[in-house]
Design a protein around this ligand. Structure first.
Ligand code: FES
Length: 176
């Protein structure tokens, strides 16, 4: 998790006319998710996953629409979305490279991997390349400390990473 300081009270929310939560999505949530939980708030996580899956990210407007649909505060939705690294609050590139930065990976050379990717792609962590091909992230423990250093690339975990291995991954993805 990353703590970020932001001027929430004065931040302008970009809006579009078309809703992010379509009638079809709301019907699906009402039929599938809501009945599973004792409160409507309980359905927030699966809805976050669904919105993330459909759009690749969760906009502020989508968070408001989710809050309205569930009858909860927008702040609760935002707290949830920004707490979990799985959810993105801005569009990502076609490929997402997320290097683990927790203690075991740190001890096993994550910084060299991260620096190499930064230099190779010309972006900092949380940035996307100009062509929209790659987003670079740094995540906390991926639960595979015995194979450190590791990274998630498009949600697939790569273990025992080396500079050469990262180069291969990037060039494979660049060819697609
Ligand atoms: S510290 Fe990287 S996988 Fe656990």
């Amino acid at each position: 998790m990353a703590w970020t300081v932001k001027p929430s009270a004065t931040t302008k929310i970009e809006r579009r006319d078309e809703p992010w939560l379509t009638e079809e999505m709301k019907a699906h949530y009402t039929e599938t998710y809501i009945p599973r939980y004792a409160t409507r708030m309980g359905a927030l996580m699966p809805i976050c996953h669904d919105v993330q899956h459909r759009y690749g990210w969760i906009s502020a407007q989508a968070m408001e629409e989710m809050a309205e649909f569930l009858g909860i505060a927008s702040a609760d939705v935002r707290d949830t979305v920004t707490f979990y690294e799985d959810f993105h609050t801005s569009p990502t590139g076609t490929n997402v490279i997320a290097v683990c930065q927790s203690i075991t990976c740190e001890a096993c050379g994550h910084q060299a991997i991260l620096d190499h990717v930064r230099n190779k792609l010309g972006v900092e962590v949380h940035e996307t390349t100009k062509d929209g091909a790659f987003t670079l992230l740094a995540l906390e423990c991926l639960g595979s400390c015995d194979t450190a250093p590791c990274a998630l690339v498009n949600n697939h975990r790569y273990d025992n990473l080396t500079i050469e291995g990262v180069d291969r991954i990037i060039s494979d993805l660049s060819r697609r």
